[in-house]
Design a protein around this ligand. Structure first.
Ligand SMILES: [Fe+2]
Length: 211
């Protein structure tokens, strides 16, 4: 197993010669590597592709780091955002959801690590290359499905989900929002730990299905 999940490293924690895109055990780009894309060769791209694939594990490392960072965000809820995420994923797992749906449940609010506004899209796009289109759509639209339970407090239409009723993923999105997500603000619920989900996170983020 690679690095344990922990607080993500921040740019300000790094020395000036490091960047967030370069880990300390990676060599710098060697001689023979292009400085302009219009001068690149097939051999150089083959090397870049092989190194990128060899470093794929860093995707799960960073997702786990962002999830751990959700523990610092509460914003008035009864539980912090990591607890909410673990509770949502635990309910999905205990209900027999697929591996990628469980990981998506764990990551559905990961966008809040960066920004609460537009967080469903941030989470959905992080997941998109690793899950089915059905699961991607569930995460992308989850706030509008949640709306049934709270949009009336914002003078918004609680039934915004109805615009998606014809979609093949509609019933999964309802189950996610109504049974797993909106119920998961309970400080007493016995959730699994982030370490419990780490192998599944590494499995799902190991193999992208698109560039
Ligand atoms: Fe949520």
């Amino acid at each position: 197993m690679a690095e344990p999940a922990g607080e993500p490293r921040l740019e300000s924690d790094m020395s000036p010669d490091q960047t967030s895109d370069q880990t300390s055990d990676q060599p710098p780009a060697g001689p023979g590597t292009f400085r302009r894309m219009d001068e690149s060769t097939a051999e150089q791209w083959a090397r870049i592709g092989a190194e990128t694939m060899a470093n794929q594990g860093r995707v799960a490392d960073r997702v786990l780091g962002m999830l751990a960072g959700l523990a610092s965000i509460t914003d008035g809820f009864a539980v912090d955002q990591l607890t909410h995420s673990l509770q949502t994923a635990t309910r999905a797992e205990r209900a027999g959801a697929s591996d990628e749906m469980v990981v998506a449940a764990l990551c559905h609010d990961i966008g809040k690590y960066v920004s609460v506004p537009n967080h469903p899209r941030i989470a959905a796009e992080i997941l998109r290359a690793y899950v089915s289109d059905e699961v991607y759509q569930v995460i992308l639209t989850h706030q509008d499905f949640q709306g049934r339970h709270y949009y009336h407090h914002f003078s918004m239409d609680p039934e915004m989900r109805e615009s998606y009723r014809a979609e093949p993923w509609f019933s999964l999105a309802e189950r996610f929002a109504d049974e797993w997500d909106q119920t998961s603000f309970d400080p007493e619920y016995p959730s699994e730990s982030l370490a419990h989900f780490e192998p599944l996170v590494r499995k799902v983020f190991a193999t992208p299905n698109r560039l």
